[in-house]
Write a protein that binds this ligand. Structure first.
Ligand SMILES: NC(=O)c1ccc[n+]([C@@H]2O[C@H](COP(=O)([O-])OP(=O)(O)OC[C@H]3O[C@@H](n4cnc5c(N)ncnc54)[C@H](O)[C@@H]3O)[C@@H](O)[C@H]2O)c1
Length: 356
């Protein structure tokens, strides 16, 4: 079987703990050729843990165009677009970590560069490959919940952060850091509507830097469910990661566990409007009460469920080697960047200074 030879830029939480860990599980499909990391301690770690060549700068890859089929760009977020474009121009295919750029306009320049260079460009959106999200879509598509009227995604904890991901100028803050996963999921559930309207409110709670760590993002589009994403570093009592409201049922849960409750309309007495003040046989006032037959079901991830990043890479391999359609489309990521850009524009005053 043909293997895809990769170079990985960055040996941190992403390059080491996600990409390297995942690719090590797929030795028949991928081969790590080399790494790039500017940090000398990380370089020593790469030598020790992976025993692969390591360059201090991505330009070191230029002499290895024929050894590398795909460069995984897990560098700092503010450099994603610039480095991706340089590599595309040099004839490399690129897989970029999220966020793909600082905003939609910059992302468009990346897409234009890929097109001009005739090279492939992929965005790493592994969360949409999680077993929980796939199951959630399956249940929604089955129609058992009826028409979906509202979606709520809550990513919250009471936690402090002090790293580079807390500084707005680093293309960071919670929306650009964690948001790409959840805005992507929200837009999938809304059907990627081009005319999505955005309301966003941001605040600072517990980040050391000036990036936002509270976001309320509401998205609407005619015919799509109202979708709300709340991300908070000031919530010790988070509820569900996902809550899906349907006309016949509700689903709640997360990546690894889902519960849904519903009634079957054909089993219920026909719903008829009655405008008289409600009463019992003694004329005493009544509220609307009935016994609906509710069904409740559960799904739990089992230990054999493939990891989302493994599933992402399997789909990527299938696309590159077998030509199958890759589900993460450039125009979907562009819409995600537009939504996040609009959210930041509505809160630009929050970032006027580098102070919180
Ligand atoms: N998809 C996900 O779930 C996920 C998870 C974590 C991080 N990320 C993304 O991965 C990227 C890296 O984040 P991280 O948490 O791994 O950071 P990190 O601070 O843990 O590590 C970054 C590493 O990359 C090296 N590096 C960065 N830019 C470089 C460059 N231009 N040249 C050479 N070396 C460079 C640094 O020296 C460091 O070793 C970010 O864009 C982040 O948003 C994605």
């Amino acid at each position: 079987m043909e293997k895809i030879r990769v170079a990985i830029i960055g040996y941190g939480r992403s390059g080491r703990d996600i990409h390297t860990k995942t690719l090590k599980q797929l030795p028949d499909l991928f081969e790590i050729f080399c790494y790039v990391d500017a940090d000398t301690e990380r370089q020593a770690m790469i030598k020790k843990e992976m025993n692969k060549p390591v360059f201090s700068d991505y330009t070191g890859l230029y002499d290895h165009r024929d050894d590398v089929d795909l460069v995984i760009n897990a560098s700092f977020s503010q450099d994603h677009a610039r480095i991706s474009k340089e590599l595309l121009k040099r004839g490399f295919n690129v897989l970029s970590e999220k966020p793909v750029s600082k905003d939609a306009a910059e992302f468009q320049t990346v897409l234009d560069t890929a097109k001009q260079a005739g090279k492939k460009y992929y965005a790493f959106q592994q969360y949409r490959f999680s077993a929980g999200f796939k199951k959630m879509r399956e249940i929604i598509d089955s129609g058992v919940l009826g028409r979906i009227i509202a979606i709520r995604i809550e990513f919250a904890s009471l936690a402090r952060r002090w790293d580079w991901q807390t500084v707005h100028a680093n293309t960071a803050g919670v929306l650009l850091n964690n948001g790409p996963h959840y805005v992507d999921i929200a837009l999938i559930l809304m059907g990627f509507p081009a005319d999505v309207k955005v309301f966003a409110h941001m605040d600072h709670a517990n980040y050391a830097g000036n990036g936002e760590d509270y976001v309320k993002l509401i998205m609407t589009s005619p015919g799509a469910p109202l979708t709300e994403l709340e991300m908070s570093a000031g919530n010790a009592y988070p509820s569900q990661l996902f809550t899906i409201h349907g006309t016949n049922g509700t689903m709640k849960g997360n990546d690894s566990s889902l519960t849904w409750k519903y009634f079957i309309p054909s089993e219920a007495t026909p719903l008829k409007l009655d405008l008289r003040p409600l009463r019992n046989e003694n004329c005493e006032p009544l509220y609307c009460r009935e016994k609906l037959n509710f069904y409740e079901e559960n799904w739990n991830e089992n230990k054999d469920t493939p990891d989302k990043a493994v599933s992402y890479y399997r789909a990527l391999y299938d696309s590159i080697v077998n030509g199958s359609e890759f589900p993460v489309k450039a125009e979907q990521v562009l819409l995600q960047m537009k939504v996040m850009g609009e959210a930041h524009a509505q809160n630009s005053k929050l970032f006027d200074t580098n102070e919180k």
